[in-house]
Design a protein around this ligand. Structure first.
Ligand code: NDP
Length: 299
């Protein structure tokens, strides 16, 4: 039976380690979450982030803006948050409405408050291996591998997906941990064969159950970043989630086929309950780290 890598205990340990660091600061760390529009999934994410802030003693501020907000208006909100002394960290919830210039908005976040590490300056620091906020999901995955004492150095890691948010920073973080890294994407030739060379396989493509048994080396460590809502019954049945679909009318699956990973991998993250809890844990961790820097505390 493969080992199941649950996110909850890793999240709990990260929160336990953060609490004393928060308590010794002269004021609560401050995180502002900016949301434009009414995407239901984004609203849920923002609510849960603010709730966790409250539980940890972090000051969480929600800025909900209408769907019609312009790029200039968003930049003005960010300028205001950049200037505030009680805000250490700013997160712009994605996706932004289509008419908004996302790149301009992300670049308007002050580099020392860029909690997701998306600003090009921080991306550069990441590439150079210098201290800076790290993209939360990939950073959480490294924490998870360490928590479960899964060796990274010298291993061949295959990252499927090359987005700026997950794939690329994931590949860089694995490289900094001394893995040998291959990055795959939609133009990769012989994708299943290449993925099968991975002792660690990270799937981040946004396609339900795309990674089937032929992608997975026997015994590999499989990290499933995908969060995909399946609304078609036939698809749910293919993915072994027919019962859940019949009960709820939907199911959420990752990018990895849930049945195939169970019979092939040596260890894997479930969806839900694997990587998800780590993204929020690292968001809190990055907020505390930025607050420590602003308050001159050496961690
Ligand atoms: P993007 O859509 O930005 O990027 C997807 C990447 O996958 C691209 O590089 C794309 O390749 C590649 N890709 C897409 N289809 C294929 C294919 N058929 N074969 C090979 N490669 C393919 O997605 P994100 O990185 O933002 O997110 C990926 C998944 O992770 C999503 O399901 C998202 O919901 C989830 N996610 C989960 C988080 C969590 O907390 N658990 C946090 C963030 C994301 P190309 O570049 O060539 O187009």
């Amino acid at each position: 039976m493969p080992q199941i890598l649950h996110g909850a205990p890793v999240q709990a340990r990260i929160f336990e380690q953060l609490k004393p660091r928060i308590q010794r600061l002269s004021r609560p760390p401050g995180l502002a979450v900016v949301l434009a529009g009414h995407d239901p999934a984004s609203e849920i994410y923002v609510r849960s982030k603010i709730k966790v802030c409250g539980e940890l003693g972090i000051f969480g501020e929600k800025r909900i803006l209408p769907e019609t907000t312009t790029t200039e208006e968003l930049v003005a909100v960010l300028d205001d948050l950049n200037a505030r002394a009680d805000i250490d960290a700013i997160l712009v919830q994605m996706p932004l409405p289509n008419h908004v210039d996302s790149r301009r908005v992300l670049e308007a976040v002050a580099t020392d408050k860029d909690v997701d590490g998306f600003h090009p300056t921080n991306v550069g620091y990441l590439a150079a291996g210098r201290p800076a906020p790290r993209s939360c999901t990939p950073a959480g995955i490294i924490e998870m591998l360490k928590y479960y004492q899964i060796p990274i150095a010298g291993k061949h890691a295959v990252v499927l997906g090359r987005s700026d948010i997950v794939g690329k920073p994931m590949a860089l973080l694995l490289l900094h941990e001394n893995a040998t890294v291959t990055i795959c994407h939609s133009r990769t030739v012989n994708l299943p064969e290449v993925c099968r060379t991975g002792e660690i396989l990270v799937a981040a493509i946004g396609r339900a159950g795309f990674v089937t048994a032929e992608f997975i080396a026997p015994g590999a460590v499989v990290i499933d970043v995908g969060i995909n809502r399946v609304t078609d019954r036939g698809e749910a049945v293919r993915l072994g989630r027919g019962d859940e679909f019949d009960a709820k009318g939907k199911t959420v699956v990752g990018d990895v086929h849930p049945l195939d990973v169970e019979r092939t991998a040596g260890a894997y993250t479930p969806v839900p309950g694997g990587v998800g809890p780590l993204t929020i844990a690292m968001l809190m961790g990055n907020t505390v780290e930025l607050a420590e820097r602003h308050l001159g505390v050496v961690a």
